[in-house]
Design a protein around this ligand. Structure first.
Ligand code: LLP
Length: 419
């Protein structure tokens, strides 16, 4: 089934015309498809074919409460990286015992709150973090279940800013220090070793780096067993890419099947965790933006739109390519090659270069595949309120986050007191 679908000239998401949302809610505006988020999550679930597993949705990709609620209803687990994400999961109806806490810099307060609510597991990234966690757990009289995040030194062959599995990055514990880290954990009070974890990067479009990281973890599991340390779950992280332009990533089915086969050849009792973010929500969202002006500087044509790099950062930060299409197609207008640019005072505020579009001022454009790392990476740069978010559900839509107001932007600030 196609979730984004053109009916005559109008682009629909499920059964709602995007032009209608733009008109009623205004632009810029994020839209998400409930049905596609659910289908993406279920594709992972089916791929395991009944083998023990947990799909821990990476909250950072899109942390809107409605998105988390939809996934919680499916029985999803959650991968968080801050106490803010933890509170979101709890508020959306997620269960604490289905939460895995990743991140290289968990603070004292974050560890304490996570222990208090009883999360499932901490993916620890250093010996100092283990020691801190053990101290807090002793004080609270709790036991912290842990997995060590290992850095397998694997090249994920993705954009360097989102490659996390190479040894020169800050992430995880080096392969050669992993056993020592586990031995330390085994001797710390109120720490219980349950798993091993890795996450090698994001927007990965080949299976090979995942398999390489997996083999590294399986080797470590064997080494640990000789030291009397037993591992019950293996967390292969997230990172599976989606098709933005012409990438051809493996689908969850083939990737998971390949991994399950390897794991079960060695340890059929292991539970596999996976932490997908982008591949659950990426293609299930889009950003609607209106053309304010068309202008030409000498030979170059610009479509100046009302969404900028503060609303969608990926093109500016990673030179990421995302498809841009009109919400309603025009038959009579001649197509032209445009640079689609935003209002922010930076030349990098270029949402798409050299896009062939048949458009007029006032038309709504749809920036596709914006469901992951879209709204969550938005900011107030240039004092621009962040856009609303809308969840489409069949023939209905719901505003699941209101547009920010200028008053909200100013509310936390003050001028100096008068002398
Ligand atoms: N697990 C951990 C520990 C992670 O750090 C991440 C993402 C994920 C899971 C989910 O990865 P995914 O399945 O979404 O690839 N802002 C960048 C992506 C940063 C990803 C950071 N970590 C972008 O827009 O491309």
């Amino acid at each position: 089934m196609e979730f984004f679908q053109r009916r005559n000239s109008a682009l629909y998401l499920e059964d709602v015309a995007l032009s209608k949302i733009a008109e009623r809610v205004g632009t810029p505006c994020y839209v998400y498809s409930r049905a596609l988020i659910e289908a993406n999550w279920r594709a992972y679930d089916h791929a395991f074919g009944g083998k023990p597993h947990s799909i821990c949705y990476a909250v950072k990709a899109n942390s809107n409460l409605a998105v988390l609620g939809v996934l919680a209803d499916l029985g999803s687990w959650f991968d968080i990286v801050s106490v803010g994400e933890l509170e979101r999961v709890l508020m959306a109806g997620g269960r604490p015992e289905r939460v895995v806490f990743s991140g290289v810099a968990k603070t004292h307060d974050e560890l304490e709150r996570a222990l208090q609510v009883g999360i499932h597991c901490f993916d620890v990234e250093s010996i100092e973090e283990l020691q801190r966690l053990s101290q807090i757990a002793q004080r609270l009289d709790k036991v912290a279940a842990i997995a060590v995040r290992v850095n397998p030194d694997v090249d994920a062959k993705t954009h360097p800013y989102i490659a996390t599995g190479l040894k020169e990055t800050k992430f995880g514990v080096g392969f050669n220090s992993a056993v020592e880290t586990y031995l330390t954990a085994a001797n710390l009070p109120n720490i219980e070793i349950t798993g091993i974890a890795a996450h090698i990067g994001s927007q990965i479009t080949e299976a090979a780096p995942f398999i390489e990281a997996l083999e590294c973890m399986l080797t470590l599991i064997q080494q640990l067993a000789t030291q009397g340390i037993e591992i019950n779950h293996l967390d292969i992280g997230g990172g599976l890419g989606i098709r933005y332009q012409d990438e051809a990533p493996p689908n969850p089915q083939s990737l998971i099947e390949a991994m399950v086969k390897r794991v079960h050849a060695k340890r059929p009792d292991l539970t596999i965790y996976v932490e997908p973010g982008r591949s659950i929500v990426g293609n299930a969202g889009a950003l609607l933006t209106k053309i304010e002006y068309l202008k030409s500087n000498d030979s170059k044509h610009f479509a100046v739109v009302d969404a900028g790099l503060n609303d969608i950062l990926r093109p500016a930060l990673y030179k990421a390519w995302q498809n841009i299409v009109p919400a309603t197609e025009r038959k009579e207008t001649q197509p032209r090659e445009y640079d689609v640019v935003g209002p922010v005072c930076e030349t990098s505020d270029l949402l798409g270069s050299k896009r062939r579009l048949a458009v007029e001022s006032g038309d709504v454009l749809v920036i596709m595949d914006a469901g992951a790392y879209g709204h969550v990476m938005s900011s107030n740069y240039n004092s621009r309120p962040r856009p609303p978010e809308v969840m489409v559900d069949g023939g209905q839509y719901h505003v699941v986050r209101r547009r920010e107001t200028i008053n909200q932007l100013l509310a936390a600030e003050s001028v100096l007191p008068a002398n």
